[in-house]
Design a protein around this ligand. Sequence first.
Ligand code: ATP
Ligand code: MG
Length: 298
Amino acid sequence: MSSKVLAFINFKGGVGKTATVVNIGATLAKLHEKKVLIVDLDPQSNSSIWLMRPDRWREHVSKGRRSTFQIFDDALHGKARFDFDETVVKGVVTWTGFTDLPRLHLLPAAVELLRVEDRIHELRAPVVYQILDSALGLHFKEYDYVLLDCPPNLYSTTKTAIFSADGCVVPYVPDYLSLSGLMVLAEQIGEMREKFAPYLPPRRKPNIAAVIVSHYRQAGNVFRLAVNELELSLSQLQATGLLPDRAVLLQPYIRHCVRVAESTSEHLPVILYAPGSIGAQDYCDLTQRFVDLFESKK
Ligand SMILES: Nc1ncnc2c1ncn2[C@@H]1O[C@H](COP(=O)(O)OP(=O)(O)OP(=O)(O)O)[C@@H](O)[C@H]1O
Ligand SMILES: [Mg+2]
């Protein structure tokens, strides 16, 4: 199976990384019949809590076992305790207690991931950048899409995600102050590409593949103007080589939708929680574009 491994990154917090991973993942599984693995790499464990509910998640990842923390703990301490089959969670449990979306799988995170950042940089560079690939590469091949939900920073855990991905997807809230952040992000990834090229297999060239606009509001001019600025900025970054020409601003923009916000506490992706909402509609349309982008025969 030819899998696509995509890291969802932005060092700005609350921009919709988790919402995008969960909702694109669920839509790919439900409407496109894709086999999808969500890998939660954020100590906040938001996609895990969203899809598993707190009690089940807490019990499953007790002391960091059966979570992505174990992958890093193994690498740091020379252990081999991570077991994919024991850790992976299959499907989403609905209100009625039944499991839906059998094609959507999750490797949950645990708060213990917080401990990883302090120690991971002590490892030598080539090892750090291969941690996820070494532990999960063979399993990734069993999925059509692997979506890596990253924390809001560019520290070591996020770097391992960037280095094991075929491309990065940047969820972005269009406002004036976010623009400089996007440019810094593109520069940082450009630096990683140069600095670590010798350690990476040829097809692993960290790059931004797509930008997704989230929390879009039509009221007033401010978001429209900010999107215009974003488009301009993306073409400038492409002209300077910091962004590849094929990087795209995906449409449609995900509108701010109270149903999406509610769906987190109902522990369902929005297509299951409120299928008729604008949030569900936007994510369905966006996921179609996502498939067009990543499965084009270019
Ligand atoms: N389209 C939307 N409409 C309304 N609320 C949304 C939408 N998308 C996300 N949210 C809400 O915004 C909040 C932040 O979203 P999310 O957790 O996905 O961001 P994040 O980038 O993953 O955050 P962090 O950086 O902390 O990981 C969440 O409470 C989520 O429910
Ligand atoms: Mg998140």
